[in-house]
Design a protein around this ligand. Structure first.
Ligand code: S3P
Length: 450
């Protein structure tokens, strides 16, 4: 019997797995690849080579937008990209709208990069992206002297840049690495100090890459709070430098969860990014009793990288009180892993509780609603809140008809749910995994034992 996932048009059929075994190397991190592309394009001199560049459709959107802005992008191989810096003259005005596809990172960070040049550009995207909030970048960029217009808080955006901008002090109302990055990228072309304060620390790839290019970036925690202040002094000019991108830890999370929950599993994820602002998922899993070890930890291009080794058990058990309560400052550092964490909650003694995660409602789908819908379809007991969800556990999921709602992380989280379920599942619109990890189903099959 052929048990491999069967893609019928855009549906995928997933047969449960007995265990996971082997080694996976994931394509380059999506967050780092976006930033590497944008920052190398901003170099004042020279061409940078980026290796292990993400194969995601989102990062391809970034490259295509940069090309429309006059940036010379050469794809040497599917994962090696050479990008020539635009130099002090900056971007050229695009003749058509920049299509950011499904990618909020492309739209928000490019808007920040464009804001400090004398160009006008409009940025658009797919149906999901056009519904996502943009006021969060419009406000600070306009305070810096750009003219950014959104349509009722959402994309499409029109950016009328201004050179130079002025540095501002900005207290972000929500914790968002995309917003922080947009402001810092604008700050490169601002006179004076650009200071961003975030309510809770978020991923710091922009800061690390800027330092890789020799830009001075100061980051500090403010007093007894969780607030973090990040500062640069503009204007800043830097030259090209090569970048090696580590494997994507957010894609790895799905493989780690599957291996952790199938007894007898043994999986190694090799050369994956282990930036401390991205590894909260691993720490939470360890506190829930998952058998995870980090090996070969090292630094490359100012990022942490290593191998993750996972062994499976049938049920997880919190190792200390409240280990299954996910809220507050944990949320921004787990934001993309919350759907898979909710799936994992079905195998945790006492289940899992996720609060303070209202931001999930404005991702590629309303991830609270789409996670709850699919978990219920598989027989889980779930309660939905405005800012989160609780999942009763442990419970045995049943194969079901599921829907990705066009959201890549929902498609991947419920592929894992289907692997640990009894009975076959079908996932509608599963092809959307291409947004972050086009190789996902092939990689899953390479390590699944049935
Ligand atoms: C990202 C930041 C997060 C995350 C997204 C990628 C980034 O978004 O959800 O997938 O690369 O900076 P927010 O900044 O909106 O939280």
């Amino acid at each position: 019997m052929n048990t491999a996932p069967l893609v019928v048009r855009d549906h995928i059929r997933v047969v449960p797995a007995k265990r996971i075994h082997g080694e996976v190397r994931l394509p380059g991190d999506k967050s780092i690849s976006h930033r590497a592309a944008i920052l190398t394009a901003l170099a004042h001199k020279g061409t940078s080579r980026i290796t292990n560049f993400s194969t995601s459709e989102d990062c391809e959107s970034t490259l295509r937008c940069l090309e429309q802005l006059g940036v010379n992008v050469k794809r040497e191989t599917p994962t090696t990209v050479c990008i020539a810096g635009v130099g002090p003259r900056g971007f050229s005005p695009p003749s058509e709208s920049l299509n950011c596809g499904n990618s909020g990172s492309t739209m928000r960070m490019l808007a920040g990069a464009l804001a400090g040049y004398d160009v006008i550009a409009s940025l658009t995207g797919d149906k999901s992206l056009l519904a996502r909030p943009m006021k969060r970048i419009v406000e600070p960029l306009n305070q810096m002297g750009a003219h950014v217009q959104a349509t009722m808080d959402c994309a499409p955006l029109t950016v009328l840049g201004h050179h130079p901008l002025r540095g501002i002090h900005y207290e972000m109302p929500i914790a968002s690495a995309q917003v922080k990055s947009a402001i810092l990228l604008a700050g490169l072309n601002a006179i004076g100090r650009t200071e961003v304060v975030e309510p809770n620390p978020t991923r710091d790839h922009t800061e690390r890459l800027l330092r890789w290019f020799g830009v001075v970036v100061n980051s500090e925690t403010i007093g007894p709070t969780d607030k973090t202040r990040t500062t640069i002094e503009g204007p800043c000019a830097f030259e090209a430098r090569d970048i090696a991108v580590p494997g994507d830890i957010s894609s790895a999370a799905f493989f780690i969860a599957a291996a952790a929950l199938l007894p007898g599993s043994e999986l190694q994820i090799t050369n994956v990014g282990l930036n401390p602002t991205r590894t909260r998922f691993l720490l939470v899993l360890q506190l829930l009793g998952a058998l995870i070890e980090i090996r070969n930890l090292r630094d490359e291009c100012n990022e942490r990288i290593g191998d993750v080794h996972v062994r499976g058990r049938s049920e997880l058990e919190p190792q200390k009180p409240h280990a299954n309560l996910i809220r507050g400052s944990l949320i921004p550092q787990l934001i993309d892993e919350l759907p898979i964490l909710a799936v994992l909650g079905t195998r945790v003694r006492d289940g899992i509780k996720i609060y303070d995660a209202k931001e999930l409602r404005v991702k590629e789908s309303d991830r609270i609603a789409t996670t709850v819908r699919n978990l219920r379809a598989m027989g889980a007991e779930v309660e939905e809140f405005e800012d989160g969800l609780t999942v009763n556990g442990p419970c045995q999921l049943q194969g079901a008809a599921l829907d990705s709602f066009g959201d890549h992380r929902i498609a991947m989280a419920f592929t894992v749910a289907a692997l640990i379920a009894t009975g076959v599942s079908e996932i509608k619109d599963a092809d959307c995994v291409r947004v972050s990890c086009p190789e996902f189903f092939k990689l899953v099959e390479s390590v699944c034992i049935r």
